[in-house]
Design a protein around this ligand. Structure first.
Ligand code: UD1
Ligand code: CA
Length: 461
């Protein structure tokens, strides 16, 4: 029995010359996610059986980005969008059903629009349906040419358009659904006799129309959603539009953004209700933020997990975790693999790297904790250095619960400081410290009576 499948072809082989970039175009990111991955993610929400991505320039990088979420075909020479679709013929030509074609450089399309397009196509019993929109400035896009009855005749590219055609505001978004077998039959009839010397996918529309097939156009209302990114100006615009969408979703879910126009949240970040985010904040990668948190101005958080009621004040966090009711900042830095326990206080100018800090511990000021394993309720004074590097190896310092590390101490790793011990201020500690001990390791103070008077500026007052 023939299955009525839904397939998708993602075109992602072009170089993206107008980006003027070493990075391949469809891998440029919009809100932290490569453009082609945005496309694939939305496509996957619409019950697709088979997805084939056409790769060419940067093929290995695109495959590495999308992984096994797609199949791939290689287009060795970029001879046009029609030629690109042709490369999928061996994989798709025998399928009965519908094929969606979309470009890897249109990151703003939503699954909802793609589903609407499929439904419109089915309802019209069309052989091809092109997704169109009305552009405020259509320059650069293919134009939809309709006859007097409003029926789509063809698509003309900017470079091939007559002056009259250039006046048309209805543009080809570069998204289509086709009867699969009709698509490949028509592609064989295309040629490259046009201004760019390319095989245009857009010509398939006219070919099908001329052979009497039903060709439809579905006009979407939001032009912005259809925008194609060909240069960095458009990339910035796509980021703005996507950012607005993301931020509005968070606000609707109960997150306060003091100034959403100046808050930068990546695609897959999650944020709990009643969290407040001040201006200039960047939340990147796989960051997860709990409820009732406060993220103060100009903080930047990468790939980190914050539990509930965590407070971050103007700080920089990478690949770390902060548990309930902990706080950090201003001007502090969590480097990768730092695990900050509940109710921990990290104050200003504190750097933590690859360390665990237990519940209730306080590290208030000007301190470096590197490769530290700190227990609970420890007080770390001002200016303490966990001396973790001997020039060859990174070594660990362990500090037990309820200990006190005096200000300006150097803890030279590897080192074990037991529970309930006390390190005197200004000590350089090289040997382990046992439970209930006080360690003091510094030159003893000598007072010289009346020495002031022997100094050149001294004397009686
Ligand atoms: C294309 C359409 C145009 C439409 C616009 C919408 C054609 C001829 N023109 O123009 O009508 O308004 O998209 O954004 O289709 N690609 C390949 N192999 C190639 C050439 C292109 O894989 O040989 C890929 C590109 O990587 C890109 C996509 O196809 O992802 C579109 O190509 P691009 O050169 O950006 O086409 P446009 O000029 O934008
Ligand atoms: Ca394009």
């Amino acid at each position: 029995m023939a299955m009525n499948t839904r397939n998708t072809i993602i075109l992602a082989a072009g170089k993206g010359t107008r980006m003027k970039s070493k990075l391949y175009k469809v891998l440029h990111k919009v809100c932290g996610m490569p453009m082609v991955e945005h496309v694939l993610t939305e496509v996957q929400k619409t019950q697709i059986d088979e997805i084939v991505t056409v790769v060419g320039f940067g093929a290995e990088d695109v495959k590495a980005t999308l992984g096994d979420r797609s199949e791939y075909v290689l287009q060795e020479k970029q001879l046009g969008t029609g030629h690109a679709v042709m490369q999928t013929e061996p994989l798709l030509k025998d399928k009965e059903g519908t094929t969606l074609v979309i470009s890897g450089d249109t990151p703003l399309f939503t699954a909802e629009t793609l589903s609407n397009l499929f439904e419109f196509h089915d309802a019209k019993k069309a052989v091809a349906t092109v997704l169109t929109s009305i552009a405020p400035d259509p320059t650069g896009y293919g134009r939809i040419v309709r006859n007097k009855l409003g029926i789509v005749e063809k698509i003309v590219e900017q470079k091939d358009a007559t002056d009259a055609e250039k006046e048309i505001a209805e543009i080809n978004t570069g998204v289509y659904v086709f009867d699969n077998q009709a698509l490949f039959r028509a592609l064989h009839e295309t040629n490259n006799e046009n201004a760019q010397g390319e095989y245009y996918l857009t010509d398939v529309i006219e070919i099908l129309k001329n052979q009497g097939d039903t060709v439809a156009a579905y006009t979407m209302s939001d032009f912005d959603e259809s925008m194609g990114v060909n240069d960095r100006v458009a990339l910035a615009k796509a980021n703005r539009i996507m950012q607005k969408r993301i931020n509005e979703t968070h606000m609707r879910n109960g997150v306060t953004l003091i100034n959403p126009e100046n808050t930068y949240i990546d695609m897959n970040v999650t944020i709990g209700a009643d969290t407040i985010i001040e201006p200039g904040v960047l939340l990147k990668g796989k960051t997860i933020i709990g409820e009732d948190c406060f993220i103060g101005a100009n903080s930047e958080i990468h790939d980190s997990v914050l539990h509930d009621r965590v407070k971050v004040i103007s700080s920089y966090l990478e690949d770390s975790e902060m548990h309930d009711d902990s706080n950090i900042g201003p001007m502090s830095h969590l480097r990768p693999e730092s695990n900050i326990g509940p109710k921990v206080h990290l104050g200003n100018f504190v750097e933590v790297k690859k360390s665990t800090i237990g519940e209730g511990t306080k590290v208030g000021h000007l301190t470096y904790v590197g490769n530290g394993n700190l227990g609970k309720n420890i007080n770390v004074g001002c200016g303490v250095v966990f001396v973790n590097y001997d020039g060859a190896h990174k070594n660990t310092t362990t500090v037990g619960d309820d200990s006190f590390i005096g200000s300006n101490a150097n803890l030279i790793a590897p080192l074990n400081v037991a529970d309930h011990s006390f390190i005197a201020a200004g000590s350089t500690i090289t040997d382990d410290v046992a439970k209930y001990d006080m360690a003091i390791a510094r030159q003893r103070q000598t007072n010289k009576p009346n020495y002031y008077q022997k100094l050149p500026y001294g004397g009686e007052d």
